[in-house]
Design a protein around this ligand. Structure first.
Ligand SMILES: [Zn+2]
Length: 1042
């Protein structure tokens, strides 16, 4: 590679001037070609089945396997895009069909208020003749008294009347739609039945299955009927998969597939729809002239001020809110927005050319989490928003929803504050004091008794698998953590192994030893003795332990090289279907037998090319099976331990759509690759013992006028905007894109609320709610000032993964570059009065070019390297599934000098002193041969030791006499009885503790092969195929100043 060497100690710097000078000889990799206008397909939306009127009763238990077909817009895809649900009109039609036969009570058709309303995110006035000013659904309620919350109302239950399985696939309205697959054969998998409750006012409430019981959209009034319910919105309403910024209007060069900018205009834009005046709002009233920190107002010329990277971790911007509001706001680690000042209109957002979206880490482990146990969970009657700190109390008895502005009554029970034991101060209740809160859900949030924790392990035991020796590690780890598996007395466990056949293990209580049952018919897999294969862990613990002890030895002599992964997954799915749960699959090679068999597709010669690489699945088998799993509340986690190409692009679908996770240990071998063994052990421990939520759904609501349209993460989108998460884990992140559907001119604040309904491992139904509040602004400058560059970069990365898959890698790379060019051009032309030379950026975006350059060099999107295809796919999986903080670390690692650690500025945690060295720019310019530098790249830590590193560090930290004695492969630091050793180890341990995965530490000498990896992460330097930061800035400037 042309990477310059490390500058000699004290010698002339070979830094940016030398190496990063003039535009590169290797040619610009940034072709800024026209970006395809990948308008996402717009779906005709169908009615929601949210049936949210809570009645204090326990619904009928129904099989959990079905899903209301009318709720059916079921989008799947790595990012799952929906057009916001728009027509209010079809509600009722779809949902109130004849009752199913077993129904004890004939549901009457809806009278009065309809429980079906679109989501708050989906107002579509164009398609919705609404009474003027009547967004508040209450406006057309004939009798308000019908709408008093009455949890104690008499309730009759009846099986649902609405979802007739026979309707599926018949019409647009009724059939679930799959954005990606379009495969009608999938539809049956998402057909669910539900329950209708007949409330005392005669209106029917349909409790559909889990996907809807969270309470969905508007529980509102009957709406005017649309004569043409099938046309919800024109395609023009759909949002491009990449923000306007991507739609480069003036393609600087080549490829010529651009679409005229005019076609990119949003059909939506500001809407004529007027919302009811807000009236008094104690929050907005308290807004006053606030100003940012003066630093935040600076305009920076990046070509002059090149070192913009702060020496301490970059903090998210603080929304420009009154401190009384801000102090109640959601922690940005859990919930943040790309723009902390929300543009008032889509037109303004379009001008800014920045993506608008949310990044969530909803199930993050929290030290403090207020949990409310109350029979009354107070929610907006219209939009089902949970009461939160940003609602306003009109008086003691009424509160106004901050999402739809409906005025709601304060229930009697809510008047009493359990914390202060005072009556009459509802605004002091914990629900109104905490932006993050968890509710114990009463029975109406369940469709069946909470499922038991069920864990099924599926092991590859082919010759290849046995060779890697992984079974030893995994079984040992399971033995060690068996008592720590989250669960209770109901916990169930089971095991399947497979090679060319499938092996089941009967662990029935009373057996003297586990009994192996072999099924060799992989064409039509059946489950022998289903009742004894998933067993109660407590009752059969000894048998389970026996099995785990003997399993690694059972196949040591195997000669079976084939892998029937697909049939094994089918068997596992059948076994788990009645309960749901977590399936952990360990695979070491390309599946070769039966359904789901795959062929090698990787062409090593094309690894470095941005074109023609196989990022898409070669079969839809894994996706379809994942959707089956999702329907039965089964999540599949894939552990891929393979030295060879295993087509992760195809295999990964099994986890992506079932809300599982993918773990990848390339070249795992128990002897040859001890660091992978260590990594697997550590990560398994976390995996087996971390918190888990079962049969979960998540919905994100936002203030009326905003619309959520594209989701990123591992899940399956049911019913337009409900994320189906058979499992939820504390290490998963999600992102969504938004647009401004209606002008927000009448409001100063908007809110976003995520609600995650899940079953805990203790069998409790719980709801975790996060609410974020942000100001609305009317000028472009304010939008820029509030930009959150990390969130923007994270969202762009998610969008770029989609673009890579749907178009091409080079397209995605162009789009990333264009995002910078377009937003900075917009800034330059609109908010800078005099056109200064240089590359002028707002302070908030000072790191934008750097982070985008880092993304271009990230494993997901890089070119010119020999990145294996599976490694690239895995990196893309990580982009989609990791919380932002880890994604940023993987993209732009932190570099520290560590040979001179001191206690200055150190932090203290539990009597441990943790040094906090400054973060350095990622350039060899910052290295010196007489030092040692630690690079924290998220999943890997690299400690580069310079040739002239001080003797003190060598002996006191590394425990070696001289440089030459540093082992070629060193992946651990000795614990020496020296302060230097203690500091270094404390720092590294602390870094590791910050994350759920286990970063391997590599100590790197100058001659180490790993040095190339270290230098690869030097984002600011030029590599063979990528520009240096300085070159990149020049390129951006050139485009911006055109
Ligand atoms: Zn509301």
């Amino acid at each position: 590679m042309s990477q310059p060497g490390i500058p000699a100690s004290g010698g002339a710097s070979t830094g940016l001037q030398a190496q990063n000078g003039a535009a590169s000889a290797s040619g610009s990799p940034y072709t800024n070609g026209p970006v395809q206008n990948a308008l996402l397909s717009s779906q005709v939306s169908v009615s929601q089945g949210y049936n949210s009127q809570l009645t204090g009763s326990y619904p009928h238990l129904i099989p959990a396997k079905t899903l209301n077909p009318v709720s059916g817009q079921s989008n799947s895809g790595s990012s799952q895009t929906v057009s916001p649900l728009s027509n209010y009109q079809r509600h009722g039609q779809a949902l109130y069909g004849p009752p199913v036969a077993s129904h004890p009570v004939t549901p009457s058709l809806h009278s009065g208020p309809s429980p079906q309303m679109p989501l708050p995110t989906s107002q579509n006035p164009a398609a919705t003749p609404m009474p003027s000013g009547s967004f508040l659904p209450g406006a057309s309620v004939p009798s308000p008294s019908n709408w008093q919350y009455n949890y104690l109302s008499q309730t009759n239950h009846c099986p649902r009347a609405s979802s007739q399985p026979t309707m599926t696939g018949n019409t647009n309205l009724m059939s679930p739609q799959y954005v990606s697959s379009g495969d009608t054969s999938l539809q049956n998998n998402v057909v669910k039945s539900g329950i209708i409750s007949n409330t005392n006012n005669g209106s029917m409430v349909v409790h559909n299955s889990y996907d809807e019981i969270e309470g969905g959209g508007f529980l509102a009034t009957s709406q005017p009927t649309n004569k043409n319910p099938t046309t919800s919105r024109s395609v023009g309403y759909s949002y491009p998969s990449l923000p306007p910024g991507y739609q480069n209007t003036t393609p600087p060069s080549s490829t010529g597939t651009g679409i005229p900018p005019s076609s990119l205009n949003y059909a939506s834009g500001p809407q004529a729809f007027t919302q009811t005046p807000l009236g008094a709002n104690h929050l907005t009233a308290s807004m006053s002239g606030l100003s940012l920190h003066p630093e935040g107002l600076r305009v920076i010329n990046l070509l002059q001020e090149r070192n913009m990277l702060p020496s301490t971790p970059l903090q998210p911007p603080v929304p420009n809110l009154h401190e009384d509001i801000q102090k109640l706001n959601c922690n940005p680690e859990l919930f943040r927005c790309t723009l902390t000042s929300i543009p008032q209109t889509q037109a303004l957002l379009n001008k800014a050319k920045l993506p608008l979206g949310l990044l969530l880490h909803p199930f993050k482990d929290l030290v403090q989490l207020p949990v409310v146990t109350s029979s009354t969970i107070v929610r907006c009657r219209s939009c089902r928003t949970y009461i939160n700190p940003f609602v306003s109390f009109l008086d003691q008895r009424r509160w106004k929803c901050n999402l739809c502005y409906r005025v709601n009554d304060v229930p009697e029970e809510f008047m009493y504050n359990p914390l202060t034991r005072v009556y009459g101060e509802p605004h002091r209740r914990p629900e109104v004091q905490n932006a993050t809160i968890e509710f114990m859900a009463p029975s109406e949030y369940m469709l069946r008794p909470p499922q038991p924790p069920v864990y099924l392990f599926v092991f590859d035991v082919s010759h290849n698998a046995v060779e890697t020796g992984y079974l030893n590690s995994v079984c040992q780890s399971l033995l060690d953590n068996l008592d720590l598996l989250p669960g209770n007395t109901r916990t169930k466990i089971g095991f399947i192994t497979f090679d060319s056949t499938i092996h089941f293990y009967s662990l029935q209580e009373g057996l003297s030893q586990p009994q192996m049952l072999i099924v060799s018919d992989i064409e039509d897999v059946f489950i022998p003795m289903p009742e004894n294969l998933l067993v109660n862990l407590n009752e059969s613990k000894e048998l389970v332990q026996d099995l785990l002890k003997t399993l690694p030895q059972m196949f040591t002599k195997t000669l079976e090289t084939q892998s029937a992964l697909g049939p094994a997954l089918q068997a596992a799915f059948k076994l788990m279907s009645p309960t749901g749960g977590r399936m952990s699959v360990f695979q070491t090679q390309l599946p070769t037998l039966g359904v789901g068999a795959l062929k090698p597709r990787e062409e090593p010669n094309q690894r470095s090319s941005a074109k023609e690489i196989h990022l898409t699945p070669s079969t839809d088998f894994y996706k379809k099976l994942a959707l089956d799993c999702s329907g039965q509340q089964v999540a599949v986690d894939l552990f891929l331990l393979s030295g060879q190409y295993s087509d992760l692009a195809s295999l990964g679908c099994i986890s992506r759509y079932s809300a599982g996770s993918v773990y990848y240990y390339p070249s795992y071998h128990h002897q040859h690759n001890p660091v992978q063994v260590q990594k697997l052990q550590k990560e398994l421990q976390r995996y087996l013992t971390r918190k888990i939520g079962f049969e979960a759904v998540m919905r994100i609501r936002c203030t009326k006028g905003l619309s959520i349209h594209t989701f990123h993460g591992n899940f399956f989108v049911r019913s337009t905007d409900l994320l189906s998460l058979p499992n939820v884990n504390p290490d998963a992140g999600y992102a969504v894109q938004m647009s401004v559907e209606e002008s927000l001119t009448d409001t100063q604040l908007v809110s976003f609320q995520s609600a995650l309904l899940y079953t805990s491992s203790k069998g409790e139904r719980r709801i975790r709610v996060h609410t974020l509040c942000l100001p609305v602004v009317s000028t472009l400058n304010e939008v820029f000032l509030g930009a959150d560059v990390q969130a923007i970069s994270g969202l762009l990365a998610n969008m770029a993964v989609d673009r890579s898959v749907t178009a091409s890698l080079s397209d995605a790379r162009d789009a990333l570059v264009n995002a910078v060019i377009d937003s900075l051009s917009a800034y330059r032309s609109s908010t800078l009065s005099n056109q200064q030379p240089g590359l002028m950026v707002p302070f908030s975006l000072r790191l934008f070019p750097l982070f985008v350059l880092a993304l271009l060099k990230q494993k997901s999107f890089q070119t010119g390297t020999n990145a294996r295809l599976d490694e690239r796919i895995f990196a893309m999986c990580q982009v989609k599934n990791q919380p932002l903080v880890y994604l940023m670390l993987t993209t732009h690692p932190n570099l520290y000098r560590v040979d001179n650690l001191s206690d200055e500025g150190a932090i203290s945690i539990n009597d441990r002193t943790i040094p906090q060295p400054p973060i350095l720019q990622l350039s060899v310019e910052k290295l010196s041969r007489d030092g040692a530098f630690l690079m924290d790249a998220g999943s890997v830590l690299m400690l580069w030791v310079g040739r002239n590193c001080g003797q003190n560090f060598l002996s006191q930290v590394l425990g070696v006499e001289n440089y030459a004695l540093i082992p070629q492969t060193m992946t651990d630091l000795p614990e020496l009885d020296t302060p230097e050793s203690a500091r270094t180890i404390a720092f590294i341990s602390w870094l590791r503790e910050q994350r759920p995965f286990y970063p391997i530490l590599y100590v790197i000498r100058d001659e180490s092969p790993m040095k190339a990896n270290f230098l690869q992460n030097m984002v600011e330097d030029r590599t063979e195929s990528a520009l240096s930061y300085y070159e990149f800035l020049l390129h951006i400037q050139q485009q911006v100043n055109k």
